[in-house]
Design a protein around this ligand. Structure first.
Ligand code: PEP
Ligand code: MG
Length: 758
């Protein structure tokens, strides 16, 4: 059967539905007629329409087949019964024997004990569940996948009527959701530090798509084809523009995105949805709903990113169907001067669509530190909060919002007093930032004349300008996996050489420590097959992958040496747990160096080779590295994770163990002693180095080189300039035998008594 013939029934039903929707009568009468029509067409004895009300209640609004007195009387909580379950998970359910299902919730007033089978789908609009549409049959009926699909399409059309407000408002005088108007304090994950206050702008507010049911299928297919080519053209322009701007790696993100826009499966599904009787817009929305539903079940971060890109593209395509992004933007009105963008999630290209000058902050319902949009936002210096539960449903456009991405909290509709207080802290924060910028050329020397090396961590070319703005003396950690993560394929030697050369060019003579690929764990490369692992942080990652796939590491080392030319270069290996791993990687480097020399090209002035110390076992092999390692750098993020067996990415464990505790300091003191004995220069490049009080403790332990996020350099420099290193050393030493969960309060007391600025 051809696609067109297959959906003939669906097209007919949609047309009848359109006539009912356009017909006269009250909204309630129209809902009743819709229930009747669906029951008849789907050959079901029952069709019921449940609408979501305030307080997460699903109310029976219309039914054909159940007892009429149940209408507006039967209510279920979201999550309760099979219907509640459909709403809670926003996914369709078809059960030949519904009554024996563990979730079946019997409501005597409905008389539904007579019906054995049930099929229900969520009524969705813009990703929100507005209700549930269900049919029931007396016999044990096995609903087909096609029938489920038809119901989903119908539910989409019903959503327009439910969302129009007429249906609910007529029965409800109070605001739709009284609870939503109260101030809220919501916990979040910090994705980029900073403070912001402004007005909520809902990213991708639901745009009424107008007609959903098609008059003429061929015409709709043609409209789709035209909109697709317009969208592809505009993406080409976007990539070209980014190329011209020389923006570096975010061009790669855009290129990947453009490639996904050509996805045949996606385009075919939209075409097929038109065949069911929908307009081009209706078909895009239908496929977008499907994508969202799939996303709920996907854990894999790569697949999630791809689905997210598809959702983003669907929205873009709708814009082109509406006559182009400009028309749509005009319909949505201007962006406020102090926009705080609120989104379930978003693609990197979408963020770049907004006027940067008006964007103050970004709040995401999903999002992770490695999501593309977070990477781009960081480069644009926009504070970002992620994993804010249900934020999209809890915020109205133009609500006031406070983004405290320094502490991981979002305030919605804060009171006036609170806003005033926050404004003061924002001003202080801003003034401090400017002061740090002015002081960037001041030497990082302590009161007793000890010079400290403060370096910066980076991972993208767009981070590089911070090197000079912050006054850092070099890059102590360049995470090379970050540019790999935002690409669609493995960069070859030439591409990598070009990237590393640009980093060295921009560093302009300052040292850059390149860390070789640290993939695995939460750092997924789209094009690199990773295995499903129970425990990825302790699994096949970093140097372990490099040893099993030496080609990867050799390519990278070759590119680094070529990029250096005659310039000196520093290279370090991540996650070294055993000396043999370091030896192996070092041998590969030496081979590559010899190869370069034999070829007679320019050879680096000096190659320094080192290891990250982030697995505790390496702390007991330091002496054996004497003369072999030119430096060691403590990755405190992973080191503390493994020392305390405490997942660094688990918000429930956040702050449970303190790096300023007796065991952690004793461990670090051991590392300092061993590195001294082996005469191996030691640095710290984890988050610990970027927090003034922790940096103070590290200096007290004897560290002289710290590498941190660019924004941390100013505060740490100020701390260093107010510090007496010898006194701090003596105090830290005295703490090493101390007991207790944390030494933070004692260190803070020392700072207070000795005028150390924290
Ligand atoms: C660390 O583990 O401390 C570190 C600097 O590496 P990453 O955060 O990239 O794992
Ligand atoms: Mg690490």
């Amino acid at each position: 059967m051809g696609v067109t013939a297959k959906w003939a029934g669906s097209r007919l039903l949609l047309r009848r539905l359109r006539d009912v929707m356009a017909g006269g009568g009250t909204p309630q009468e129209r809902l009743d007629r819709i229930a009747k029509l669906i029951a008849r067409d789907m050959v079901a004895e029952v069709c019921s329409i449940y609408v979501r009300r305030a307080g997460d209640v699903l109310e029976l609004f219309a039914t054909e087949g159940l007892k009429p007195e149940a209408v507006h009387a039967t209510r279920l909580r979201v999550g309760e019964g099979i219907v509640g379950d459909i709403a809670a998970h926003s996914r369709p359910t078809a059960l030949a024997d519904a009554q024996s299902h563990p979730n079946f919730a019997y409501r005597p007033e409905t008389g539904e004990e007579a019906y054995k089978s049930l099929m229900g789908v969520p009524i969705l609009r813009g990703g929100r569940v507005l209700g549930v549409l269900a049919v029931q049959n007396r016999t044990s009926r096995a609903y087909t996948d096609e029938e489920v699909e038809v119901m989903e399409t119908i539910a989409m059309v019903v959503a327009e009527l439910v969302a129009s407000g007429e249906v609910v408002q007529r029965r409800e005088q109070a605001p739709a959701d009284g609870i939503a108007m109260t101030p809220l304090r919501l916990d979040a994950v910090k994705l980029n530090a900073g403070l912001a206050m402004g007005r909520a702008v809902l990213h991708r507010p639901y745009v009424p798509v107008g007609r959903l049911i098609a008059e003429d299928e061929a015409q709709e297919q043609e409209r789709l084809a035209e909109a697709l080519s317009a969208m592809h053209r505009s993406l080409d322009d976007m990539v070209d523009q980014a190329d011209v701007d020389g923006a570096g790696d975010h061009v790669d993100i855009l290129k990947t995105y453009r490639m996904i826009a050509q996805d045949r499966g996606w385009i075919r599904r939209i075409g097929e949805a038109i065949s069911t009787g929908l307009t081009a817009e209706g078909a895009v929305v239908r496929v977008q709903d499907e994508t969202r539903a799939r996303m709920k079940d996907v854990e894999d971060s790569y697949l999630r990113e791809r689905l997210l890109d598809l959702e983003d593209l669907a929205y873009r395509l709708l814009q082109h169907l509406a006559g182009g992004p400009e028309q749509m933007a005009a319909a949505q009105g201007d962006l406020p001067e102090d926009a705080i963008l609120v989104a379930r999630n978003m693609g990197p290209a979408e963020l770049l669509d907004y006027d940067r000058a008006r964007l103050r902050g970004l709040v995401l319902e999903e999002g992770s530190a490695t999501s593309h949009v977070a990477i781009v936002a960081r480069a644009l210096e926009i504070p970002v909060l992620g994993r804010v539960k249900n934020i999209v449903d809890r915020v109205e456009a133009f609500d006031r919002i406070i983004v405290d991405a320094n502490n991981g909290v979002c305030f919605v509709r804060p009171g006036e007093d609170f806003r005033a207080a926050f404004e003061t802290s924002m001003r202080t924060f801003q003034e401090k930032r400017e002061a740090y910028r002015r002081e960037r050329d001041l030497p990082s020397v302590s009161r007793d004349g000890v010079a400290l090396e403060l370096m910066m961590n980076a991972g993208l070319l767009i981070d590089m300008p911070h090197l000079h703005e912050s006054g850092a003396c070099g890059i102590g950690l360049y995470r090379t996996e970050v540019p790999f993560m935002v690409r669609s394929d493995f960069p070859d030697v030439d591409t990598q050489t070009d990237l590393y050369a640009r980093i060295l060019d921009q560093a302009d003579g300052k040292e850059v420590v390149f860390r070789t690929l640290d993939i695995g764990g939460d750092k997924v490369l789209p094009y690199f097959q990773s295995s499903d692992e129970e425990n990825p942080a302790m699994g096949w990652r970093a140097i372990r992958i490099a040893m099993d796939r030496p080609g990867l590491l050799r390519t990278q080392l070759r590119a680094m040496l070529r990029a250096a030319g005659e310039r000196p270069i520093s290279i370090m290996f991540p996650m070294v747990a055993d000396l043999t791993e370091f030896e192996y990687a070092r041998r590969l480097l030496m081979k590559e160096l010899r190869r370069a020399e034999e070829r007679g090209g320019p050879a680096p002035g000096r190659v320094k080779v080192g290891a990250m110390l982030e697995v505790p076992s390496l702390a007991f092999q330091i002496r054996a590295m004497a003369g072999r390692a030119d430096f060691l750098s403590v990755g405190s993020n992973d080191l503390m994770q493994f020392l305390f067996a405490s997942d660094r990415g688990n918000p429930r464990l956040d702050g449970r163990y303190d790096p300023l505790s007796p065991p952690a300091l004793a461990f670090l003191a051991h590392v300092v002693r061993e590195a001294d004995a082996a005469r191996i220069p030691l640095s710290v490049c984890g988050e610990m180095a970027g927090d003034p009080i922790q940096a103070m403790a590290l200096i007290g332990l004897g560290l002289r080189r710290l590498s941190m996020a660019p924004a941390a350099i100013g505060p740490v420099r100020t701390m260093v300039r107010s510090l007496h290193v010898a006194a701090t050393g003596a105090f830290t030493e005295s703490l090493l035998d101390a007991r207790g969960h944390s030494l933070r309060a004692r260190l803070a007391g020392f700072a207070r008594d000795h005028g150390v600025v924290l």
